[in-house]
Design a protein around this ligand. Sequence first.
Ligand code: HEC
Ligand code: HEC
Length: 185
Amino acid sequence: MSPVQPHTIQKEARSCESCHASSAALGYGINDGKYFGDPSKDLIVDLMTAEGDIIPQNYVVQKPKIENLHMDWSRFVDENGRQLQTVGHHFKLSEPLSNAVRKLIDRRSVCLSCHKIIPDKDLAVSLMAHVAQFAGYKIDRDAHDAILSKNLLLVAWVQILFILFVLIVAIYLLYRFVLKKERVK
Ligand code: HEC
Ligand code: HEC
């Protein structure tokens, strides 16, 4: 996004999640721009009604409002890909991450790609989960890592072997019914 940024070096490598699962890194703002959502209003943290009216008589304004500033300045693009502010005045091609690149990076809520279904919305997994439960098998971090990598490799191999199997059957049938007949003639 910013071609010249002198403060990006540190000894510790960044975590994958600090980009791939971070709304701020994607350009959607700190906390998706919710926390500082509307700076044109005073920020007050105190007891509130459901409508947002402050209940106590005495309260302190934590951050005074800034007139006419209606958006969170940590947001560069919205979720529909609309650019919200100018980024990079000095260099050609400096810009918020493009829609295509954000699509490649965005791995937020990746847990739900499995856990919408797992553990109880699919018969086979549900059975395995029950067996694990009765066996007293606790799925800690290491077990989870192991299940995930083993399963993904398994799926890849099953698919490759299935394709190979189909190919072999096809070649066999071709040989059996087409080539043999020609030889008989
Ligand atoms: C500084 C931000 C940043 C960090 C940290 C980061 N990535 Fe990425 N990653 C990106 C960006 C940006 C792309 C998309 C590049 C492109 O194809 O345009 C990407 C792409 C990828 C891709 C390829 C996706 C594809 O479709 O080709 C993989 C895989 C990946 N990252 C894994 C990781 C892993 C694993 C880690 C942690 C060890 C990590 N990344 C850390 C920013 C980051
Ligand atoms: C590729 C699929 C997949 C992904 C992605 C995934 N999980 Fe899982 N997870 C599983 C499977 C399979 C199990 C074992 C079945 C079960 O007991 O739920 C499991 C089990 C768990 C359990 C233990 C449940 C129990 O019954 O003890 C927790 C907690 C969990 N996952 C959290 C997460 C979190 C948090 C993420 C994201 C950071 C995540 N998972 C991502 C597949 C996945």
